[in-house]
Structures are given as structure tokens and as C-alpha cells.
Design a protein around this ligand. Structure first.
Ligand SMILES: NC(=O)CC[C@H](N)C(=O)O
Length: 358
């Protein structure tokens, strides 16, 4: 069946509809060459239609081990060539049947390079996916709907749950956490208690955790629970990733802004400001911390994006608090930055010793 991606600026990209039906979302692009299943299940894409810039998608199929959440939250998926016959020892199914089984709106056979160039020059836009025979009124009705409504509430866990471990006890704020972040902390030796995003600071602190983790998540950080984070900072050591990093900045009195077209992919270079060393990182964000808003705060910028110099990491100068904008847990992407989970463990160790008077 014919399908179309229509952008807010009126441009139409006609291809085939592999699965799903009408959808509205914010159209973004991801530059990863692999990792499509992790992208589909990264909750931070909730509310978005994701265009994959790599021209061949689906060639290694899908497998349970790549899932990053209980379900996909993307509003739509846009592909140039969709491979129908995967070849991989890990494949359990094809991408096409995965998309169909989950009813994920997917258009393929379109010029994803042209879509990407348009987004790069006009900035991130609203867009819709429709069947080829959709009426104008149906399309107009879709465009009238907002892409983002309470996205953190949609993706967060509904109940508190625990992941056993022998090491430090971390209270995890789930704003839309990816599984590999939980796995990376469990691997670093933590025990985890995962809280729904709307949990009060009081309830989180009631378990007397050794540290607090602020997760990634969808949407504008200003719509997420900034006040809760404000009440948590200074009480326990804190590590934040992506949305967690942005929330920390807001809670400390800084500001965030929307990037023209965001950073999404598994091949983004980031520089460690102190050492000059460059790491290749996995990224997925549309917002960033405003540089000048940090000037008056007691924080140091630790990492910067090589492509556009935006802030990619910071640490508080007095409190045991640090965060990164990129994804050290990868999934998908390189594992250059997994050392940050070890750094969090070391920070917790130091703080525990201090508290114990050593
Ligand atoms: N991956 C994330 O946590 C994304 C954070 C935020 N929603 C952004 O787009 O910037």
C-alpha cells in the first residue's frame, strides 16, 4: 500500500506503508548505521517520527536482546530501503513483521537524504504519516494534534520495582529509562530501586539510598519533574543522563533550549574538556543546556560536542553531582564511555567513606 510522510512545510515524500496507519509526531533523523531496534524502543523518542539516514535498515532482523523498553513509543519510522530478508545468527524475526505485529506506522522507499536535508535547513518539524489515499481533511486533522502530550507519564514505570545486587543502593528516577542503563548499573554492582517519574522526593529519600540516578526521557525537560530533582540535589550523590542531565541544570538554576535539529545517532564525537580526549558516543537529544545560564552556577563543563561545541557533560564544584548529555550505556553505539558508571561507583564509595568519618 502507498504511504506518505508529509512535513509541516508542505513537502510530501511518497513511498510504501509497511505497517501501521495515520500518525503525527515531531520528525527527527538518526544517523546510526545500526541499532534500529534500540532506536524503536528508546522511550526518549516518544512523540517522534524517526527517519533513519542509513540507507539499508532491517538487514540483521530483530531479537529480544536489543529491546530497550516494554514497547516502542515512536510515533512513526521512516526508512529508505527496508530489508525483508534478514541475515544474522541472532535474528529471531524480520523487522517488517516486528513493525506489523506492533502496528508501528512505517513508511519506506522514500528519499531519507532529502528529508534529512530539509530538517537540517528548516529545523525539526511536525509531520504525519498517512496512507496514499488519505483525504485532505484527515491530514489536516492529524496536523491539528500536538505531538507531545504528557510523554514522560506515558513511558515511565507504573510501579516501583527492585533489581537485586550486592553493591550500593541506587534510587533510579525513571523518566523513560533505557534497559541498558539499568543493566550497566547492575553490572557495575548496584542494587536498584526504580521509581515512577512522579514520585515525590520525600518518598525517594525514604529508602535512604546511597545515590540517585536521573534517567533519560522524552519531551521538553521543562515539562518533566524539575522541582523533585531540586529537592533531591544536595541530599545524596547524583548521576544524570540526557534528560537527567538537563533536569539537573534546570534544578540548579540553569536553563535549557531546543536545538535546531538535535543530535541523534551512535557516531557523535564528544571531547573531555580536561584531557582533550575524544569519545565516540551514542546520542538522542533535541534540547541542550544553555551555555550562559551556567555562568553564575557552581558547576564545571566537563564535556563538549565536537560538531557544535554544545555542552555534553557537567559536574558540580562542591556537591557529588555529575551528568552527561550523551548515552554512556550505548545500545546502540560504542561503549567508549561505560567508564562513567564506574566513576559513579567511585563517587558513591568516597561519599560513604566521608559519611563514615574515614
Ligand atoms: N534521550 C533523552 O533523554 C532526551 C532528552 C530530551 N527529551 C531531549 O530530547 O533533549
Amino acid at each position: 500500500m502507498i504511504g506518505k510522510l508529509i512535513l509541516e512545510d508542505g513537502s510530501v515524500f511518497q513511498g510504501m506503508l509497511a505497517s501501521g496507519n495515520n500518525a503525527v509526531g515531531e520528525v527527527v533523523f538518526n544517523t546510526g548505521m545500526t541499532g534500529y531496534q534500540e532506536v524503536l524502543t528508546d522511550p526518549s523518542y516518544c512523540g517522534q517520527i524517526v527517519t533513519m539516514t542509513y540507507p539499508l535498515i532491517g538487514n540483521y532482523g530483530v531479537a529480544d536482546i536489543f529491546e530497550q523498553a516494554r514497547q516502542s513509543f515512536v510515533r512513526g519510522f521512516v526508512i529508505s530501503e527496508l530489508c525483508g530478508q534478514p541475515s544474522s545468527w541472532q535474528a529471531q524475526d524480520s523487522l517488517v513483521s516486528y513493525l506489523k505485529a506492533r502496528n508501528i506506522p512505517c513508511v519506506y522507499g522514500v528519499d531519507t537524504r532529502a528529508i534529512t536535508r530539509r530538517i537540517r535547513s528548516h529545523g525539526t518539524m511536525k509531520g504525519v504519516i498517512v496512507r496514499g489515499d488519505a483525504q485532505d481533511s484527515e491530514i489536516a486533522d492529524l496536523f491539528d494534534r500536538p505531538p507531545f502530550v504528557k510523554v514522560v507519564e506515558e513511558v515511565t514505570t507504573k510501579k516501583v520495582y527492585r533489581i537485586a545486587g550486592d553493591g550500593p543502593h541506587i534510587a533510579v528516577m525513571d523518566f523513560g529509562i533505557k534497559r541498558n542503563i539499568l543493566n550497566s548499573m547492575a553490572k557495575a554492582g548496584c542494587q536498584l530501586t526504580v521509581f515512577p517519574a512522579h514520585t515525590s522526593a520525600e518518598d525517594v529519600l525514604a529508602i535512604n539510598p546511597d545515590g540517585i540516578f536521573l534517567s533519560n526521557g522524552p519531551g521538553d525537560p521543562k515539562d518533566a519533574p524539575v522541582e523533585t530533582v531540586r529537592q533531591l540535589v544536595g541530599k545524596k550523590p547524583v548521576f544524570g543522563i540526557c534528560l537527567g542531565h538537563q533536569l539537573l541544570a534546570l534544578a540548579l538554576g540553569g536553563n535549557t533550549y531546543k536545538l535546531k535539529f538535535g543530535h541523534r545517532g551512535s557516531n557523535h564525537p564528544v571531547k573531555d574538556v580536561a584531557t582533550g580526549r575524544v569519545y565516540i558516543t551514542s546520542q538522542n537529544h533535541g534540547y541542550a543546556i544553555e551555555e550562559k545560564s551556567l555562568a553564575a552556577l557552581d558547576v564545571t563543563v566537563t564535556h563538549r560536542a565536537v560538531n557544535d561545541e554544545t555542552i555534553e557533560g557537567m559536574r558540580h564544584n562542591r556537591l557529588p553531582v555529575f551528568s552527561v548529555q550523551y548515552h554512556p550505556e550505548a545500545a546502540p553505539g560504542p561503549d567508549d564511555s561505560t567508564y562513567l558508571f564506574e566513576d559513579f561507583m567511585k563517587l558513591l564509595g568516597k561519599e560513604t567513606n566521608k559519611a563514615g568519618g574515614n
